[in-house]
Structures are given as structure tokens and as C-alpha cells.
Design a protein around this ligand. Structure first.
Ligand code: RIB
Ligand code: CA
Length: 314
């Protein structure tokens, strides 16, 4: 029996690492996964929604999949076929899912579900924050109802430009809306998530899980392993499960609180997250810390949670 259970709405752009995050949330007893809301990012909204529904087929679960925004708030959409393939989840092939998406926009779903709640729902975002930002703009009162926002995004360096991480870079204006909100926020930036890499040893463990889900994950991660990684990394970063893992076990990574803001001005720093690490600026009024930032990952604990979740789903 789990010692605590956290209600979660997962908002993402599946996406190979989003799939791993959804599996972790669906398979771990500490998470009550209420819904998956989809957003354009890694791939088109249509593909992301299909991919999420395909995963529900593989897991044989009826978790609602709710489509949201097909493009960022202001910019045009930039996807990442070079990382996730043209379909957004290359590696295991594609099929027409048995299940259908919910006939409601993700922003409306977020507003309705959160406003009806007791304030006990966590929102995990692991794609561009367009859906959550739109919901906040449309109904600011949801900020009083969100237990906390845990997001994969940002960091001290970029992976799509020298300054910006992909989720923030696709829609920095949406990220700004969320960062400026009064909600409790937990940030899993690249500094943290690049520690959650898929090593050969871990990949072999997944290969040993002889289930429909195990085979599916083995196939898609086989494709994802070609994802561009710097020579220092022993494998592609499985970024998106980090915020979910923190809800399951807050000791899975260390944290510190910082003031964080996001650059929305056009140019080379667009989408950059700036963390005031040193608070050494006595001559200017630096705002108080507004984000809890993940720093050092317990690699073994992270993959223990991940592998247990895969096995639990059979
Ligand atoms: O920068 C990595 C993030 O961008 C991950 O969430 C990945 O799925 C993509 O959305
Ligand atoms: Ca993602």
C-alpha cells in the first residue's frame, strides 16, 4: 500500500521521453494519473495525441487523453523530427488507436477539472506550456486550485539553441505566464534531467522485460538512442519522468529554491531560463525565489522507480 498518493494531470508532447513519464505515472502506486493532455511540441498535436492513445492501447488503460493547443501562443510551431522522428514516436511503428481522444480542449479540461477539485491536483508539464498558460489566462482562479506545477524545462544551458531548452524555446511566452503565476513550481531543467540517461546497462534491463509494454519501450528507445547526445553523455536523456519521480519519492533528487525568469525577447537568448543562483546582487532588488529547482539526481533510485513501473503494468 503506497504511503502517499498524488493526483496528477500530465501535459506533454509524446515524444519518447514523455511516454516513459506517462508509464511511470500509470505504473507507480503513488500516482493517480487523472488524464494526459497533449500539446504540439516534439511533433504535431495530432501525432502527439495519437501517440498517447497508442500508449494507452499498449498499457490497455482507459486514462483520458485530451488534446490541446496545436501551436504556441504567438510563435509558429517548431517540432523536433530530428530527435523523435516524423511521427513523434518512431521506433515501434504506428497504428490507428482503439481509443478516442476526449472531445474537450485541454485548456477547458484543465479549468473544469481544477475548479471542481479540492486543490489536490498536481500538474506535470513536459512539453511546451501552451495548454497550461492558456488555461491560466482564461481562468486565473485555477492558480488557487493547483497543488503544484512540476515541469520539465529550462536549465543553465540549452539543447535547441545555445541558451534555450526545447520546451521553453517552443513557447517562451507561455512559460512566462506560468513562471509569473503564484503557483508552487518545481523545475526539472537539463542540468538535472541530463543525469537521467539511458545507459546500455539500463537498456539491457528493459530488454529483459518480456511484456507487450516492455517490447514496445525497447523498440521506441532503440530509435531514441540515436538522438543527438554530446560525447559526455553515456546515452540519451530520459528527461520527462523526472518531475513524476519527484512526486513518487522527493528524495530522488536534491533541490534548492531560486528566482527564475524566462527570456521572451527575440534573438539569441529567446527561451533562456535565467536562475539567480548567487543572489549576490545587493544593489538591486532581486525578487524572492519563485521556483524549487532540481539539482542532483539519484540515478539508481530514478531507474528503480522507472523499471518497477514498467513491470507493474504487465
Ligand atoms: O528538451 C527536452 C524536452 O523537449 C523533453 O520534454 C522532450 O520530450 C521535448 O519535449
Ligand atoms: Ca516532452
Amino acid at each position: 500500500m503506497a504511503d502517499h498518493v498524488e493526483k496528477v494531470i500530465y501535459d506533454g508532447d509524446p515524444g519518447h521521453d514523455d511516454v516513459m513519464a506517462i508509464v511511470m505515472a500509470a505504473g507507480d502506486p503513488h500516482i493517480d494519473l487523472l488524464a494526459v493532455t497533449t500539446v504540439a511540441g516534439n511533433t504535431t498535436l495530432e501525432n502527439a495525441t495519437r501517440n498517447a492513445l497508442m500508449l494507452m492501447d499498449v498499457m490497455d488503460l482507459d486514462i483520458p487523453v485530451v488534446p490541446g493547443c496545436a501551436k504556441p501562443l504567438l510563435r509558429k510551431l517548431h517540432t523536433a523530427p530530428q530527435v523523435h522522428g516524423e511521427g513523434g514516436l518512431d521506433g515501434a511503428g504506428y497504428w490507428e488507436p482503439k481509443r478516442k481522444p476526449v472531445n474537450e480542449h485541454a485548456a477547458d479540461f484543465l479549468i473544469r477539472t481544477l475548479m471542481e477539485s479540492d486543490g489536490d491536483i498536481n500538474v506535470v508539464t513536459a512539453g511546451p506550456m501552451t495548454n497550461l498558460a492558456l488555461a491560466m489566462i482564461r481562468e486565473p482562479r485555477i492558480c488557487d486550485k493547483i497543488k503544484q506545477i512540476l515541469f520539465m524545462g529550462g536549465g543553465r544551458y540549452g539543447n535547441i539553441t545555445g541558451a534555450a531548452e526545447f520546451n521553453i524555446w517552443v513557447d517562451a511566452e507561455a512559460a512566462k505566464v506560468v513562471f509569473d503565476s503564484p503557483c508552487k513550481k518545481v523545475m526539472c531543467g537539463l542540468d538535472l534531467t541530463y543525469q537521467a540517461c539511458l545507459t546500455e546497462e539500463v537498456y539491457k534491463k528493459i530488454a529483459g522485460i518480456d511484456t507487450k509494454l516492455g517490447h514496445f519501450l525497447y523498440d521506441i528507445l532503440g530509435f531514441f538512442s540515436h538522438a543527438p547526445v554530446t560525447k559526455e553523455e553515456p546515452g540519451p536523456a530520459i528527461n520527462d519522468p523526472c518531475p513524476v519521480a519527484y512526486l513518487i519519492d522527493p528524495k530522488v533528487f536534491t533541490t534548492n529554491d531560486y528566482y527564475v525568469d524566462v527570456m521572451t525577447a527575440p534573438g539569441i537568448t529567446y527561451g533562456m531560463t535565467v536562475l539567480d543562483y548567487y543572489r549576490l546582487n545587493p544593489w538591486e532588488e532581486i525578487p524572492a525565489p519563485n521556483v524549487t529547482v532540481g539539482e542532483k539526481l539519484d540515478f539508481d533510485r530514478f531507474w528503480e522507480i522507472m523499471l518497477n513501473a514498467i513491470k507493474a503494468l504487465g
